[in-house]
Design a binder for this molecule. Structure first.
Ligand SMILES: *Cc1c(COP(=O)(O)O)cnc(C)c1O
Length: 372
């Protein structure tokens, strides 16, 4: 199936080739080189993070984040249930157990009350959680004040999965910089891309140094390749970092373009029966990576089929982790907010290069589904 309109396609700025050319001219065709260092510095400048490590994917960044925090065999990690599976899988890589936390209905992210219930339960049985992973779903910042308060109160490190949220802000500060560690993704469908890549952010130099060491095969500082630990090959390529530099120059434009999509859909579709959107509250600035439309139970399939018939890509929302075949036997806390959203939500084409006419067409097709 070749779609005419994709959900979230790459959007090049035209500035990427200059940096790729530099990589070729200097022969840094490797997972080391000047584009990587520059991209990391530029990420720090843009997000306000003290340190950044560019890696091969957001998933690798999450794996390194857990390792840097010392999470390992038998540990409990409290993880937002409503997310892409890449948030949870790295918990399994390190031999820890994910425990899934339901969402609250305002931001659709981790519910602080359910989080505290889980923390208290595991403390009461003598297994204090080793980390919390919160997600900023579709770019919408989570309730960070409440979550940070709990993490501080119970002294549990926080990892922010900001894979979808580059450019989003909480009270004027970029998300990904609130937790002990934050991660970003530059996959092809994200707000900016390196074709595939990710980054780990932290103000803690020791975490960054540890992650850098593990990402480069845990090589000791000797000439003869000495190793005392098992490492990984997780660094970003200098060519990919060049793409990232050209993309990062226009990230604020991309945020504005995606926010305009959201505003358009909200304005044209909110009158439909049972329609609602991920509204947030003042102080939460979302990059609106994807716009998800919530409708009645019966209507989601109708809309998806109508869009599909016009070769327009749409997707259900992420299926919560506690409903997934691989994770459904694991413990969970909270109610059924995430399941409700999953059953009634559709992600609409949200690319920063989405044409105005295409947007109009999508709104017409959806509205027509409700004509009797
Ligand atoms: C995309 C994504 C990831 C993983 O990033 P990759 O670069 O694809 O490995 C992790 N978490 C969330 C919420 C994502 O959307």
């Amino acid at each position: 199936m070749q779609y005419k309109i994709y959900l979230s396609p790459p959007h090049m700025s035209g500035r990427e080739m200059k940096y790729i050319q530099e990589a070729f001219d200097s022969n840094w065709i490797a997972p080391v080189g000047p584009n990587i260092e520059a991209f990391e510095e530029e990420l720090c400048r843009y997000t306000g993070s003290e340190h950044a490590l560019a890696v091969s994917s957001g998933t690798a960044a999450l794996h390194l984040a857990l390792l840097a925090l010392g999470v390992g065999q038998g540990d409990i990690v409290l993880c937002q249930s409503l997310t892409f599976v890449a948030t949870a899988n790295p918990i399994m890589y390190v031999g820890a157990t994910p425990v899934f936390i339901d969402s609250e209905p305002v931001t659709w992210n981790m519910c602080p009350d359910a989080l505290e219930d889980a923390i208290l339960h595991y403390i009461s049985i003598g297994r204090k959680p080793k980390a919390v992973i919160v997600v900023h779903l579709y770019g919408m910042p989570a309730m960070l004040d409440e979550i940070l308060y709990l993490c501080k109160k119970y002294e549990i490190p926080l990892i922010e999965d900001a894979a979808e949220a580059l450019g989003s802000e909480y009270n004027g500060r970029k998300v990904g910089t609130f937790g002990d560690v934050g991660i970003l993704s530059f996959n092809g469908n994200k707000i900016i891309t390196t074709s595939g890549g990710g980054a780990m952010l932290s103000d803690n130099a020791a975490y960054l140094a540890r992650a850098r060491y593990l990402a480069t095969q845990a090589r000791e500082p000797t000439a003869h390749y000495a190793h005392r630990e098992v490492g990984y090959n997780y660094r970003m390529s200098n060519v990919c970092a060049g793409i990232g530099r050209g993309q990062l120059e226009v990230v604020d434009e991309r945020v504005q373009q995606r926010r305009a999509n959201y505003l358009f859909y909200q304005t044209s579709l909110s009158k439909l029966p049972h329609a609602s959107f991920q509204n947030g509250i003042p102080g939460l600035f979302s990059n609106r990576w994807l716009t998800a439309l919530i409708v009645g139970d019966e209507d989601t399939l109708l809309i998806q089929n109508a869009l599909f018939a016009n070769r327009i890509e749409s997707r259900p929302m992420w299926k919560p982790m506690h409903c997934q075949e691989i994770y459904k036997t694991l413990p969970r806390f909270g109610g059924s907010v995430s399941e409700g959203l999953f059953n009634r939500g559709i992600c609409l084409p949200s690319g920063s290069n989405l044409h105005d006419d295409d947007r109009e067409l999508i709104a017409c097709i959806i509205s027509d589904c409700f004509k009797t």
